[in-house]
Ligand binder design. Structure first.
Ligand SMILES: NC(=O)c1ccc[n+]([C@@H]2O[C@H](COP(=O)([O-])OP(=O)(O)OC[C@H]3O[C@@H](n4cnc5c(N)ncnc54)[C@H](O)[C@@H]3O)[C@@H](O)[C@H]2O)c1
Length: 304
């Protein structure tokens, strides 16, 4: 196995920092769903996957392809871009068929980086949900993951020991103000990883996992109510600080590689330690400051 070559290849096209490539994905074929613009987590994953030696295809909705900058990424990475609505089984069949043709064989890794809530967009609160919009949230953000894996399995499109990863958020398990019906979608997404991970693992040795990422400033992220406060709070609560989109891309490389062959059906926290914290000194300090304006002239807290 050539995964840990000691002579690192330095890749210079990411900002000013020198990112090392370990050739973790050399010879692998992948599909990356959900790169909209250069803030998208999927964008960073696609770039890193190619740096790690993979050949990939990209997919996003026809509208996103028209309105976004996914075309630029496709050109830069020499990747075929296949427009598809991930809620459409027929579209997904096309993505897998065209990807296998373009890449010359079965797929080794898939990233599901798709999420959208029309209830959030239309500012419907959780106690005033529109149920037809809720169905759309669940279809786009969770059921599309099931459809993707079911299509792949029926087409036998993923190679043995292949790796399927979807991105999720902690609000699936703990209530976070403002995350709304996306919390329900993420809970379902994580459950699909377990339920399908069992079947796909047992029958074809294919891994299915979710990565639970820190709040990250992207188009989808910034739609969440109070997002800036959430980013700051998580940063103060996490001993390692928030994980960035670039950090997430690095973690995905490990999950797509042969180094994690026996990891499946897991929800993997990638959040700088946030998920294990209750209260940190930094967050407590900030919290205490909010009382200052409520002290009387003797320094006594009058509203608490
Ligand atoms: N940004 C965060 O704070 C954060 C944190 C944890 C998890 N995540 C998850 O990461 C994933 C990627 O989000 P992001 O933050 O990079 O934002 P993003 O807006 O860049 O990506 C979301 C993508 O979903 C695509 N999409 C929407 N509807 C679709 C459909 N019907 N078919 C196919 N694609 C569709 C969009 O076109 C877009 O490319 C999402 O699942 C999101 O919930 C984000």
């Amino acid at each position: 196995m050539n995964c840990f070559r000691l002579e690192y290849v330095y890749v210079s096209n990411i900002k000013n920092s020198k990112i090392m490539s370990y050739n973790l994905l050399k010879g692998k074929r992948g599909i990356v769903f959900g790169a909209l613009n250069d803030m998208s987590i999927a964008w960073k994953v696609a770039e890193r996957a190619v740096e790690e030696g993979a050949i990939i295809t990209l997919s996003n909705t026809p509208l996103a392809v028209r309105m976004g900058t996914t075309n630029e990424l496709a050109e830069k990475l020499n990747a075929k871009l296949i427009p598809a609505d991930a809620t459409s089984v027929e579209d997904l069949e096309q993505v897998f068929a065209q990807s296998m043709e373009a890449l010359g064989g079965k797929i080794d890794f898939v990233l599901h980086s798709i999420g959208m809530s029309p209830n959030v967009r239309k500012k419907r609160t959780y106690d005033d949900l529109d149920y037809s919009l809720l169905n759309t949230t669940l279809d786009i953000s969770a059921i599309s993951f099931h459809k993707m894996i079911q299509v792949a399995k029926k087409m036998d499109a993923i190679s043995e020991w292949g790796s399927v990863v979807a991105l999720t958020y902690m609000a699936s398990q703990r209530t976070m103000f403002g995350y709304n019906d996306m919390a329900d979608a993420k809970a379902m997404l994580e459950s699909i990883a377990r339920s399908f991970g069992y079947i796909y693992g047992r029958e074809r040795n294919v891994r299915v996992n979710t990565i639970s990422q820190s709040p990250t400033l992207t188009t989808a992220g910034s739609g969440i109510k109070g997002f800036d406060g959430l980013v700051d709070f998580s940063e103060r609560m996490s001993p390692l600080g928030n994980a960035s989109a670039d950090d997430c891309a690095n973690y995905c490389m490990v999950m797509f590689s042969d180094l994690t062959k026996k990891v499946t059906m897991q929800n993997l926290f990638h959040d700088g330690g946030f998920s294990s914290m209750g209260m940190s000194y930094r967050a407590m300090e900030q919290y205490n400051k909010s009382f200052e304006e409520f002290r009387d002239e003797n320094g006594k807290v009058i509203y608490g």
